[in-house]
Design a protein around this ligand. Structure first.
Ligand code: FAD
Length: 469
């Protein structure tokens, strides 16, 4: 009998619970991908994410072909497609890895019921997390709203499964009715705006393993001290690989066991736990995908959108070098360093006082690691509207942040070439440089919003909603 393996954000063959379950039951696994972005509600994948997915699916297909199988690609409604496939192959089971985005989770539940009603085994597995979002709870049996107790509970319950290698050989299936090709899905952009991305990334399982090994060799050692310095490139860059399920978190945890100093491992695993916490929060509070967790902020006086200001932020032309460097890094590579994500998000929600959703949506389209749980939580954390958030009144000063975390202005010089000729200490705030030695050319002569005025007006708006501080 056949088991359909319905691949989604679990694009790997190692540590794949559905494949393992099929093997245990003696089923022949039929690998299937169904393109159905309309089933993801308001958060259908963005452009950078699609470009990554195209390559990741191609890598999965190549890995399957090396084992005698291949990826069978479809487009359309998931349930209708699965019904047709299971009928055509007389399959006994459909297996998939759980998604926790609210729209996908609802869709999956409907699929499960409908397939079971047809007498099929329809089972979902955890391929994405160290802890399912319902697994950890407070002593009172509630979801966690604060990270540190969540992390303490996670450490107490710690038991990551052992990694399992990919199967050596897989069976071959004839083409099925209604199959299409990966290229026909239109995930890869026609205009090659993503051309620059691929010098930085190798989507797919092999690329994920290589990124992990590179991090263990070069980044882990100095991770606790260096992770906040964007020019040092010390972080793992595993986020897109994790989002697409090209590597399991437990494979990462196991690989770290034998590597690097204890504090470095602990600091890194704590970041992985932030990812778990984000999914926990989104699962228990699904409305936070586009609404404030802290309802007091529903009355906050966000500014009306000034398209010119929003565009300047999006395109890295605010005149604030660290902000512009981050936005340009994202445009050029599909990724931005975490410290700089916080700075650009604070600048948008506080100095420009624009609703965090304007930023979240732009990130959604631009990031190769765009992830609903992490992105929503990241934005709400910075905006002060989320669980366990930075208080709104704590407004990052982008110049001080740049001086502290990019002291020699190397990161700025890398992404804002207009400022390269300035002495390194002058790159953080070029408007302070005497007029004669300022960069001429196209870079804004002054920030588009005065930093002190932006800060004062944000604090004034905050006072009006009387958020306790
Ligand atoms: P590392 O430092 O090597 O961390 C390892 C892994 O831990 C990451 O790959 C990631 O999966 C997880 N992680 C690290 N930091 C965080 C965090 N703060 N929250 C949740 N998980 C974390 N991350 C995304 O994966 N997708 C997003 O769409 C996303 N949007 C964000 C938006 C904002 C405004 C902010 C402030 C943060 C956002 N993050 C997002 C979190 C974080 O910036 C990235 O996960 C991190 O920069 C990825 O780089 P890395 O893999 O080198 O991280």
């Amino acid at each position: 009998p056949t088991a359909v393996i319905w691949f989604r954000d679990d694009l790997r063959l190692q540590d794949h619970p559905g494949l393992q379950a099929a093997h245990r039951a003696g089923f022949a696994p039929l690998p299937v991908y169904i393109h159905a972005p309309h089933e993801e509600g308001e958060w259908a994948p963005g452009a950078a994410s699609n470009a990554w997915r195209h390559r990741s699916l191609a890598a999965l297909d190549a890995a399957l072909r090396a084992r005698g199988s291949r990826l069978h690609v479809f487009a359309g409604d998931s349930l209708a497609t699965l019904k047709a496939i299971t009928t055509a192959t007389e399959a006994a089971a459909v297996y998939w890895s759980r998604c926790h985005e609210p729209a996908a989770a609802r869709r999956d539940e409907a699929v499960r019921r409908a397939l079971r009603a047809r007498g099929l085994r329809a089972d979902a597995w955890n391929a994405h997390l160290l802890f399912e979002p319902w697994q950890l709870e407070t002593k009172a049996g509630d979801p966690f709203r604060v990270f540190t107790p969540f992390w303490n509970a996670a450490r107490r319950a710690w038991s990551p499964p052992a990694p399992v290698p990919a199967p050596d050989l897989l069976p071959t299936f004839s083409p099925l009715p209604g199959e299409t090709t990966l290229d026909a899905l239109g995930l890869a952009p026609d205009i090659r705006w993503d051309a620059g991305f691929w010098a930085h990334w190798t989507p797919g399982e092999a690329g994920a393993d290589a990124a992990l090994q590179a991090f263990i060799a070069d980044g882990l050692h100095d991770y606790p001290r260096g992770r906040d310095h964007p020019a040092r490139r010390l972080t793992s860059r595993l986020s897109p690989h994790l989002h697409f399920g090209e590597i399991s978190p437990w494979r990462i945890v196991h690989a770290l066991q034998e590597a690097g100093p204890v504090e470095a491992r602990a600091a890194f695993v704590r970041e992985l736990a932030w990812r778990e916490f984000a999914v926990h929060v989104l699962h228990h509070f699904p409305h936070t995908q586009d609404a404030n967790f802290n309802a007091r902020f529903d009355d906050f006086a966000w500014s009306a959108v000034d398209p010119a200001l929003l565009r300047a932020w999006q395109r890295g032309r605010t005149g604030v070098p660290i902000v512009d460097a981050g936005m340009r890094e994202m445009q050029a590579t599909g990724w931005m360093h975490n410290r700089v994500r916080m700075v650009v998000a604070s600048y948008l929600t506080k100095h420009l006082r624009l609703h965090w959703l304007h930023g979240a949506r732009w990130f959604w389209d631009q990031l190769v690691d765009a992830d609903l749980a992490n992105n929503t939580q990241g934005w709400q954390w910075v905006a002060g509207t989320g669980v366990d958030a930075a208080p709104y009144f704590r407004i990052f000063n982008p110049v001080l942040q740049a001086r502290k975390f990019d002291p020699a202005g190397e990161y700025i010089a890398c992404w804002v070439p207009e400022l390269r000729e300035l002495p390194s200490k002058a790159r953080h705030a070029p408007w302070e440089v005497p007029t004669g030695s300022r960069p001429t050319g196209l870079y804004p002569a002054r920030p588009i919003v005065d930093l002190a005025e932006g800060r004062a007006s944000a604090l004034e708006a905050l006072k009006r909603i009387r958020v306790p501080v």
